[in-house]
Each structure stands twice: as structure tokens, then as C-alpha cells.
Write a protein that binds this ligand. Structure first.
Ligand SMILES: [Ca+2]
Length: 99
């Protein structure tokens, strides 16, 4: 057993509505088991001051094969009508038990 950890950052450009990113993290050896966790997030409206109705960010493990782990990030940031542009970044931690 050898534990390896990576810290990818997902950056989303300016836009509106829910966002989704499917990520891949490659390790030096094949993976026995893996996990993913949300480490941090930053989001901000592109202009001015706006109300917030929803602020959410989640990670989910998709699976692993060989030396590659697949995971996803979903997030949303909006007021009630969701028409205000925002930019965001999410920091993820990917853990893997390597063969
Ligand atoms: Ca609005």
C-alpha cells in the first residue's frame, strides 16, 4: 500500500447557471482504491453586488481504471433568477491507494 495525493484546481470562466467538470488525475502506478474531496472554492459575481439564492459545490467519484482516477465537480451560484454572470474555481483533493 502506498498512498498518493494530488490537488487539482478546476477553473470555470465567466457564465451563468450550474457548472459541471469531469476531471482525470493520473498517478505513477495502478490504483487499488481512490477518493475525492472538496478542499476549497472561490466564486464571485463578475460585476457589482448581487443577492445570493444558491451557493453550492460538490465533488463525486466516477471511478478508476489503471493509473487514472475520474471524478467530477458540480457547482452553482445564483440569485433568484440566475441571470448574473459569475466566475469560480474549485480546489479538489484526490487520494489514491497505489499498487
Ligand atoms: Ca439577477
Amino acid at each position: 500500500m502506498a498512498l498518493a495525493v494530488r490537488y487539482p484546481r478546476v477553473e470555470f470562466g465567466s457564465g451563468t447557471g450550474p457548472r459541471r467538470h469531469e476531471g482525470k488525475t493520473t498517478f505513477t502506478r495502478n490504483v487499488n482504491h481512490a477518493g475525492v474531496a472538496l478542499t476549497g472554492f472561490h466564486w464571485d459575481y463578475d460585476s457589482g453586488d448581487h443577492e445570493i439564492n444558491i451557493a453550492e459545490a460538490t465533488t463525486r467519484m466516477i471511478g478508476w481504471e489503471g493509473n487514472t482516477v475520474k471524478w467530477e465537480v458540480e457547482l452553482d451560484y445564483r440569485d433568484k433568477n440566475g441571470d448574473d454572470r459569475y466566475s469560480c474555481a474549485v480546489d479538489v483533493t484526490v487520494f489514491a491507494d497505489l499498487q
